[in-house]
Design a protein around this ligand. Structure first.
Ligand code: 5AD
Ligand code: FES
Length: 354
């Protein structure tokens, strides 16, 4: 990489070249540059975002996902608002500054009720709130933002149009992009992301995924390997490779500079040191699972997910050890977006004002 490439100006051709290379030294150099970029823009702090998987009902039928509505073998659950609030309280007790409310696309949670929950968490717990609940009408995104939601995660999953269509029988790529642009207009800190190693996914489309993160100027980027689930039509396909995931995290770091990038649970699932490796080539966030024990095993997006038998305290101490072993520290700020459009939040964050 030349100096301007190291500063984040990477062409599609160069990205493809990096994704294709098997030259160990070149790959090592890529990780080093990504780690340096992470240090320069994000520092050594790691942000913890406690995630509550509050419902595994989903109205969609995405081919790769264990929560797809056609999967009749999954035991379905919905947490009550009071259970969700109690779990959020736990997040606060563990000193996490952000709670992520994630579910399948479950219309049983009406927007008015979600707004009441968001308001209560904001008012009583002073946590940053990230929503990850799929596609909803613009007006619903709007009222949840007004209620106090700070961030929204909606991965584009793949920018390969025909592949997107094949994998999502009841979604449209255009709608996905529309939702992402609404969320941004409404003032959310927005996260997108992709899966790596999907059947039929090309290196070219992975390069496009990275360029899309840059084009959308997203605040957060979640990158994880595809892991085949035995109760889905993709049961006989291959798991995405760790090397490919790490390369994409590294390049995403270099091109997006100051986006928050998690070391995902999926990367920890395909390799026992996956998250540590991700944190050393660009990632700066971990999303510990704080879903109550009795529900965890049923949030089976993909098989063999880590942290199913642990509880929130176990994961917290595991992660503290991990952060320490890497010579990094756990952030005590909210870890809001560092993008210019959120300058006011960054200042509040420094002063630790909710
Ligand atoms: N393997 C890996 N990740 C998956 N996701 C869904 N199904 C799988 C799978 N089989 C990811 C998607 C989704 C997130 C919640 O989980 O990227 O956005
Ligand atoms: Fe859950 Fe390590 S993070 S056990």
């Amino acid at each position: 990489m030349n100096p301007s490439e190291e500063e984040g100006t990477l062409s599609k051709r160069k990205i493809i070249e990096l994704l294709k290379t098997k030259n160990k030294e070149e790959v090592y150099r890529l990780y080093q540059i990504a780690d340096k970029t992470r240090k320069k823009y994000m520092g050594d702090e790691i942000h913890l975002r406690g995630i509550i998987e509050f419902s595994n009902y989903c109205r969609r039928d995405c081919l790769y996902c264990g929560l797809r509505r056609s999967n009749a073998r999954l035991h379905r659950y919905r947490m009550t608002f009071s259970e969700i609030f109690q779990t959020a309280l736990k997040t606060q007790t563990l000193n996490f500054k952000t709670v992520v409310l994630q579910s399948g696309e479950d219309p049983a949670y009406r927007v008015e009720d979600l707004c009441l929950l968001i308001k209560k968490i904001k008012k009583e717990l002073h946590l940053a709130i990230t929503l990850c609940i799929g596609e909803r009408p613009r007006q619903e995104y709007e009222v949840m933002k007004e209620a106090g939601a700070d961030r929204f995660l909606l991965k584009h999953e793949t920018s390969d149009y025909p592949l997107y269509k094949r994998l999502h029988p009841d979604l449209f790529y255009e709608d996905r992009l529309k939702c992402l642009s609404w969320l941004k207009e409404l003032g959310y800190q927005v996260g997108s992301g992709n899966m790596v190693g999907l059947p039929g996914q090309s290196v070219e489309s992975l390069a496009e995924d990275i360029l899309l993160f840059k084009k959308l100027d997203v605040d957060m980027v979640g990158i994880g390997p595809f892991i085949p689930h035995y109760d889905t039509p993709l049961r006989n396909t291959k798991t995405g490779s760790l090397d490919a995931v790490l390369k994409i995290i590294a390049i995403a770091r270099i091109v997006t500079k100051n986006a928050h990038i998690p070391a995902t649970t999926a990367v920890g699932t395909i390799d026992p040191l996956g998250r540590q490796k991700a944190l050393q080539c660009g990632a700066n966030v971990i999303m510990p699972n704080i879903t109550p024990q009795k529900y965890r095993r049923d949030y089976q997006i993909y098989p063999d997910k880590i942290c199913i038998f642990e509880d929130a305290e176990d994961c917290h101490s595991c992660i503290q050890g991990m952060v320490k072993s890497l010579g990094r520290t756990i952030a005590s700020s909210f870890g809001h977006s560092l993008k210019k459009r959120f300058k006011n939040l960054e200042e509040k964050d420094e002063k630790n004002i909710p």
